[in-house]
Design a protein around this ligand. Structure first.
Ligand SMILES: Cc1cc2nc3c(=O)[nH]c(=O)nc-3n(C[C@H](O)[C@H](O)[C@H](O)COP(=O)(O)OP(=O)(O)OC[C@H]3O[C@@H](n4cnc5c(N)ncnc54)[C@H](O)[C@@H]3O)c2cc1C
Length: 478
């Protein structure tokens, strides 16, 4: 180290699942001269747990579920008995009724009523009979699979709340990735007793969860890699990626105390949003690359976390709020994830989620406004009374969901190709790959990127192919 300049073999930007996946694999193979940098004050990224007055709140509900045995083993090995199975209960709230989720045919038909049910059945069968073109939008994709009526009840309002754009402007690719393996017939079959043991990803009935919140997993992974020699620099924001030609030479970091430091490394793994990377590149990339990076959009997220003076408010882990007359998209009951999350039995920790665009609408409102809105909406849904609120805390999270608008793929492909030209840099994880990755995919992207760096047998993996439902090893391999 010389002055405020340090050098490492590997520098990992982001202590979320992707960055920690890379770190774990590197230290396992003896590469311990590593620095992990994150702007947050704790590890876990979007899957972190923040503590307010001793109560542990995640950034929205985080279930741990994967089809990949390797990831499952890592999670279990990391937390042991603190990683427990939770029977899932989630419902949909629509027009003042609670629909079972996974959707059960009988339940849905009764609650929709005779007229709406007849419409849903008619539109489903007509969607199955009509010739199908390649779906372009999310709306096309769902209508072709489920029929227009079911699309309107069970997909349209919630999806538009979450993504902030009409379903007709969202790419069908997102639907194919997110709810692959699910069609109306599968839903109906799933309701039959002899078909229930066949798991459809979207319908999983049980998930695992750390007893102290999602972030406990990543805090434990940090402890593992730090105990083996990796260095962790939290509360430190990367502001610049310095390059010479196609090689990243160093990064500039501003620490929480205002100090700046430059870090050189042989190799960089970055899980920060792809668009941010191009914005921070020094010298900047060519104009057409920068223009492509500017087209990438993200959806931002607000959690209003509340402490309610009552236990057992509702039995679900979370409720999807499809009703258009409230702005919230989901309400989370953290007590139902783990009873270690809230230290008092006569209190409930709720999280109300709003999806927004930074700088617009609710994003600009004060914490007081957002707290009041959440309480008003919960009381409108008859879940709580105003007087039952003890405290609330607001958490704003940027770039929570990468947006898949129609036409995003051309500039996106350009950026992927550009990243691949860099000689010592991998862009990994959810925002880093601009993919709707869950924790397991993000963790896997870090593991496989580290394997590429280590040139382990079977490499190189094409990281961009890691998909929402991929059998990673087949699809990841060149
Ligand atoms: C509301 C919500 C609910 C979710 N529910 C689930 C769920 O139920 N199950 C599931 O598996 N997944 C869920 N996810 C997805 C899951 O959170 C992500 O897949 C996962 O956290 C992504 O990991 P990552 O490491 O790729 O990125 P992140 O978790 O985003 O980590 C990236 C890290 O980079 C850091 N960073 C960014 N910019 C800089 C910078 N300039 N300098 C330094 N550090 C920087 C960030 O602080 C962050 O810690 C959910 C996500 C959200 C938002």
């Amino acid at each position: 180290m010389e002055g405020n300049k340090e050098a490492y073999e590997c520098c990992i930007i982001g202590a979320g699942p992707a960055g920690l996946g890379a770190a774990l694999e590197l230290v396992t193979h003896g590469v311990t001269n590593i620095l992990i940098v994150d702007k947050n004050k704790c590890a876990g990224g979007l899957a972190r747990t923040e503590i307010y007055d001793g109560i542990r709140f995640d950034i929205g509900p985080h279930r741990f579920f994967t089809k990949n045995n390797e990831i499952n083993n890592i999670w279990h090995d990391t937390l042991g008995k603190d990683f427990r199975a939770v029977p899932r209960l989630t419902r949909i709230f629509y027009k003042n009724k609670y629909f079972n989720y996974p959707i059960e045919t009988g339940d849905a038909l009764i609650k929709l009523g005779l007229r709406e049910s007849a419409r849903a059945i008619f539109s489903f069968f007509s969607s199955q009979i009509h010739t199908k073109n390649d779906p372009v939008s999310f709306e096309d994709w769902i209508c072709q699979k489920f029929g227009r009526k079911l699309y309107e009840v069970f997909f349209k309002t919630y999806t538009e709340k979450v993504w902030g754009i009409p379903c007709s402007q969202m790419s069908a690719e997102w639907a194919a990735q997110r709810i692959k393996g699910l069609d109306a017939l599968a839903v109906i079959l799933h309701a039959l007793p002899w078909a229930r043991n066949k798991k459809i990803k979207t319908l999983a009935e049980e998930f695992d969860f750390p007893s102290l919140g999602a972030g406990q997993m990543y805090e434990a992974m940090c402890d593992t890699v730090v105990s083996q020699g990796a260095k962790l620099m939290l509360g430190s924001k990367v502001t610049r990626f310095n390059r010479s030609g196609e090689t990243i030479t160093s990064i500039d970091i501003t620490q929480s105390n205002g100090n700046t430091v430059t870090i050189a490394a042989k190799h960089f793994f970055s899980s920060i949003p792809l668009a941010h990377f191009f914005r921070m590149l020094n010298p900047p990339d060519q104009d057409h690359i920068n223009s492509a990076a500017h087209t990438l959009r993200y959806r931002d997220h607000i959690s209003v976390n509340l402490l309610v003076k009552r236990g057992n408010i509702f039995p679900d882990q979370w409720i999807y709020v499809h009703s258009p007359d409230v702005q919230m998209a989901r309400v989370v009951n953290y007590n139902n994830f783990s009873n270690a999350i809230v230290p008092f039995r006569d209190r409930t920790a709720l999280g109300v989620e709003y999806f927004v665009f930074q700088g617009q609408g609710l994003w600009n409102e004060s914490d007081e406004f957002l707290g009041k809105l959440a309480v008003d909406e919960l009381s409108k849904m008859r879940l709580i009374k105003h007087a039952e609120i003890e405290k609330f805390w607001v958490v704003r999270e940027t770039e929570a969901y990468p947006l898949y608008c129609i036409g995003f793929d051309a500039p996106y492909n350009l950026l992927k190709a550009r990243i691949d030209q860099l000689t010592n840099f991998y862009s990994i994880g959810r925002a880093g790959m601009h993919k709707y990755n869950n924790q397991d995919h993000s963790l896997m992207s870090g593991l496989l990127a580290a394997r590429n760096y280590l040139r382990l047998p079977g490499t190189p993996y094409v990281l961009w192919n890691i998909n929402i439902d991929a059998e990673y090893f087949e699809e990841g391999r060149k």
